[in-house]
Design a protein around this ligand. Structure first.
Ligand SMILES: C[S@@+](CC[C@H](N)C(=O)[O-])C[C@H]1O[C@@H](n2cnc3c(N)ncnc32)[C@H](O)[C@@H]1O
Length: 352
């Protein structure tokens, strides 16, 4: 397909996802206000300037995504990768789950798990209904609905935001001379979206993923094995205590984890990343924007934890992760901001 047609198709695809996310949120908010109006929910509507800025940043993100695919950082097919089967199978369940979410929101019930879920052995901070999700991260149903819920939340930009880690990861591996045959770990890999992207961008890489949720790892295994490519090694583990020997990986990544950790756990995970990455290895993190670099989105950052249960988000938005990374021993720490996400790229000193 000529590039202009592919680009138009990509823009139309993203526009469709964006309209779908907006329509879902508009309708579900209306229904919630009618059947289960939230008590004491204090949010600030975004002003026109912020909305325009958000629109512009989203456009910039999609343009960068297109440019990286066009430049061969990753295959163009990745731009159109969408779990359609999941969409048709699970979208009705996303809607049916909403009344339970509203009930938990109103009752401020953030620690509710079905009776058949074994909650033993998890850190206390993890046993919560993040985003008011039914069963938190601990059921197969939660794992099945998660990707769809995140795509709706971000109006179809969750995958483009995840893909922003690929260029710095590839550059870091190339600089260390290990672009082919490297070992790369995704900490808190969830349902494996990022691992799938790395596998497409770097097919000769040995991939590993850890997550605390057995259900999300099962979903990752199911989705990743349904597509061509070597299956990543998936291990249930806490990012604070990685089950790997020192200096094992050429690259370590993590996407959308740090805002869900208390401060001490954030530092513990960073220290563990430092331990398991080789000297000269690269670490790339992606998470929400922060007050430190995006004060213009103050209202959006206030609204997010009020609407979705995110107990550590407020602290996260002021937490200087550059300092945490340098404290752990990393060097050459640099940052990027794309749409609603921020990135940290750093290296373990070659002589460490
Ligand atoms: C917001 S989701 C992000 C998942 C995935 N990286 C993505 O891009 O969608 C947070 C993930 O972190 C996992 N998680 C939270 N705390 C963790 C910890 N201490 N160690 C390992 N995984 C953790 C959860 O189980 C969940 O899959």
């Amino acid at each position: 397909m000529p590039d202009t047609i592919t680009k138009l198709a990509y823009q139309a695809f993203q526009q469709g996802k964006s309209y779908f996310g907006l329509a879902h949120k508009a309708v579900s908010t209306q229904v919630m206000q009618t059947v289960s109006p939230p008590k004491d929910l204090q949010t600030t509507p975004l002003d026109l300037k912020s909305l325009q800025l958000l629109q512009q940043r989203m456009g910039d993100l999609l343009e960068r995504d297109w440019q990286d695919a066009e430049a061969g950082v990753y295959p163009q097919e990745l731009l159109f990768d969408n779990p359609w089967d999941d969409f048709f199978q699970f979208y009705p369940l996303v809607c049916l789950d909403l009344p339970k979410i509203w009930e938990r929101l109103n009752k401020r019930d953030h620690h509710s798990f079905s009776d058949n879920i074994d909650t033993a052995g998890y850190p206390k901070y993890y046993l919560q209904n993040f985003h008011h999700q039914t069963d938190g991260y601990l059921s197969d149903m939660s794992a099945n609905l998660y990707d769809l819920q995140v795509e709706i939340l971000f109006n179809g930009t969750a995958d483009p935001m995840r893909r922003r880690i690929l260029a710095p990861l590839k550059q870091g591996l190339a600089a260390a001379g290990v672009e082919n045959g490297a070992k790369v770990l995704d900490v808190a890999c969830g349902t494996g979206r990022t691992l799938g992207m790395i596998r497409d961008a770097l097919p000769k890489t040995s991939l590993y993923g850890v997550d605390l949720s057995p259900a999300y790892l099962r979903k990752a295994n199911e989705d990743l094995s349904a597509k061509p490519g070597v299956l990543p090694q998936l291990v249930q583990a806490n990012g604070e205590k990685l089950p790997f020997v020192d200096n094992y990986f050429d690259g370590v990544v993590s996407v959308f984890l740090f805002h869900e950790l208390p401060a001490v756990a954030r530092q513990n995970v960073i220290n563990e990343m430092y331990r398991v990455v080789k000297p000269g290895g690269t670490v790339v993190l992606c998470d929400s924007i922060q007050r430190l670099d995006s004060p213009e989105f103050e209202a959006a950052m206030e609204n997010f934890p009020a609407m979705f249960h995110e107990p550590y988000y407020r602290h996260y938005t002021t937490d200087d992760l550059n300092l945490r990374l340098t404290d752990a021993g990393f060097e050459s720490v640099s940052n990027q901001v794309h749409f609603m996400s921020k990135y940290w790229v750093c290296r373990k000193p070659a002589a460490a």
